[in-house]
Design a protein around this ligand. Structure first.
Ligand SMILES: Nc1ncnc2c1ncn2[C@@H]1O[C@H](COP(=O)(O)OP(=O)(O)OP(=O)(O)O)[C@@H](O)[C@H]1O
Length: 263
């Protein structure tokens, strides 16, 4: 029996410009899963993520948290981690200073003492493979390292849900593969629920336990595909016939959603 962390129920989102981004979107995010959203450009993937993050509100329908039978209780600060395509680090602060920020914003609630907060920051930095860079400034880091710092910052509060909007899209392919591996390892180790937006069917299949394919705008669910290949999934999986077959299934569902034939 799966238990939802959050569900979008009959969600519609219309912007004041007249754009109808989402209409009739029903999507449950189950505890512990790695869920990817794929879909044509402009179908409302980021909008769906922003609604879950509480950065926007639905025009109709509801965002329902937990098993509370329909209450729309928003999560407490620190229960959510968000990572965008741009790492958005504070340039004047070190890696440790950037990673510490969410703890400073939520410390009163979590009553973390200074030492405990520092230990959490150090652990988060180590988790993403940035040992030795705690005192470095963002300008001293590569694009991949900046993204690792952004992930450490998102994970430092041990969120129950991690939302990621095309986090690796701007990185070169080798760095992207490395970060996919690092993220997959983190997810397996932490048991956090992840919702991940990507344009890459390959990346979605490699990382996910489930992929939701969305229709063109206004977005809703076109297909829901379970990816039940075992973890860890290294290069052996990436080059396997099973991987190729799953990519064909998801690619086919995407082409169908777009009303195209998939060769
Ligand atoms: N704040 C806004 N005001 C007006 N229109 C918006 C706003 N945010 C998004 N949109 C529009 O809503 C639609 C969905 O946008 P969204 O960014 O959610 O799509 P997406 O699937 O994430 O796109 P992409 O894959 O290209 O990143 C688009 O047509 C976009 O232009």
């Amino acid at each position: 029996m799966t238990s939802p962390v959050v569900a979008l129920r009959g969600v519609r989102k219309a912007f004041p410009t007249g754009t109808l981004a989402l209409d009739g979107l029903d999507l449950s995010v189950n505890r512990g899963e790695f869920l990817s959203l794929v879909g044509p450009s402009g179908c409302g993937k980021s909008t769906a993520l922003r609604l879950i993050a509480g950065l926007a509100t639905p025009s109709a329908g509801a965002v329902v948290w937990g098993d509370d039978g329909g209450a729309t209780r928003a999560p407490a600060p620190g229960d959510l981690g968000v990572v965008f395509q741009e790492p958005t680090l504070m340039p004047w602060a070190t890696v440790a200073g950037n990673v510490r920020l969410p703890l400073r914003l939520t410390r009163r609630r979590s009553r973390l003492h200074g030492d405990e907060a520092e230990a959490r920051v150090a652990a988060a930095i180590a988790r993403v493979g940035l040992d030795g860079f705690a005192a470095a400034y963002p300008r001293e880091l590569s694009g991949g390292m900046k993204m690792r710092a952004a992930i450490a910052r998102a994970l430092v509060t041990d969120p129950q849900l991690l939302l990621m909007d095309e986090p690796f899209a701007a990185l070169d392919e080798i760095t992207r593969f490395r970060l996919d591996n690092a993220l997959s390892g983190l997810w397996q180790g932490l048991g956090t629920t992840v919702v991940f937006v990507t344009h890459s069917v390959f990346e979605a299949v490699y990382l996910s336990t489930r992929i939701v394919v969305m229709t063109p705008r206004p977005g809703r669910v076109a297909a829901d595909v379970t990816i039940d290949a075992p973890f860890p999934r290294g290069e052996t999986f990436r080059t396997s016939p099973e991987f190729a077959s799953l990519c064909r299934t998801v690619g086919g569902a995407l082409a169908e959603a777009m009303g195209e034939a998939f060769a």
